[in-house]
Ligand binder design. Sequence first.
Ligand SMILES: [Zn+2]
Length: 125
Amino acid sequence: MAGLSASQLSFLRKRLTELKAVAVAALRRSQGELKGEDAELLADLHRTGDWAVAEAEFERDVAGAENARRAIGDILEAEKRFASGTYGECAACGTAIAFERLSAQPTASRCVPCQQTAEWRAPGR
Ligand SMILES: [Zn+2]
């Protein structure tokens, strides 16, 4: 897939899975529905990696349930691209998206120039 190595892909796949767990927990928490299993899942993530930091960043970004829902949608779309073998390819021009960009934003679906073009065409979105 798009010039990424197997280890880079498995790293990004894992990150997406963890982001989804955090996003789902954030959504439930925002709705006052955080269940025991979600709390345990988060505790596991904290034990196994640097997810305390990721979660803090995520919660700072997620102002409310709507944002959490959108984030989950983005993550599910990225997982679909994984399943179809197009993950890491720019949706607009087909170029391989740099690993550094995907590492910072695993749900990125466009390369930097195309993302900038899209934002220029649709300001504020
Ligand atoms: Zn592109």
